[in-house]
Design a protein around this ligand. Sequence first.
Ligand code: ZN
Length: 306
Amino acid sequence: MSKDTGHIIPEQPESWRWPEEKWRGVVNKIRAGRSMKPAQWPNGAKVAVALSFDSDHETQTLRWGHHSPGKLSQGEYGNRVGVPRVLDVLKKYHAQATFFVPAVIAMLYPDEQKRVIAEGHEVAIHSWIHELNSALAPEDERELQMRSADKLEEITGVRPVGIRTPSWDFSQHTMEITREMGLIYDSSLMADDDPYEILENGQPTGVVELPVEWIRDDAPYWAMDRFSGLRPYTPPSGVLEVFKREFDGAYADNGLFLLTMHPHFIGHRSRIQVLEELLQHISSHPDVWLATHADIARYCHEQASQ
Ligand SMILES: [Zn+2]
């Protein structure tokens, strides 16, 4: 508590004492390198659309070690209602998408993952139980990331090629593990609107970033927690407006429109309409490439190597 103002201020970690070498090192650890936005998208498309669904379901409760059947049921809705509704809408608009799935959810709901793959979508890495990477020992993070990939492959029959860190919590060691695993993309960082190559300590990694942003994520608008201040304040029409404007901007820039959604949020009756109306809006434009993150990352790699 500051005596002067009466305001509660955060503890000052004295980073102002850091020597230049220290703060430069912190900034340079993980950074955006060359743009990997291709000169053109396949078949003359004016925009690449990457829809992603993070099927967190019950791990949003399990990650904190909670047992509450009430909270767990909110996640269960994601499997029972959310994913089937999302898949139906995607099918109607011939849209391919990527589902980022914690391994524990894939084990709870193997049939859901098999259906996702059977309908032409991608399943990619999204932690073991939605643990926070930055809170883990490096060897634990490595083991969990590798075990998660093995589990997804065992269940879906397809080896994952990309990762989204849970809560976009990219640790000091995530990049090293991602490279060791030979993954072709990450989708957890925010340094651009369009794809770029990740640098680690100033060196190119060969891994393409498909950037995310909280404004292109349904969770900040719609998450609800009875025992915190978290309340959904944005109506479906407001969220739709933000997403449409982001798409329109990407279309005008010949760029990437990447959206993160959660089946247990977007799957509700009042909100699935947002996905449907967004896809109507997208489909009303000529020359749109709707693809999985893996296909977009592969294309960016191909074009960048020419
Ligand atoms: Zn998640």
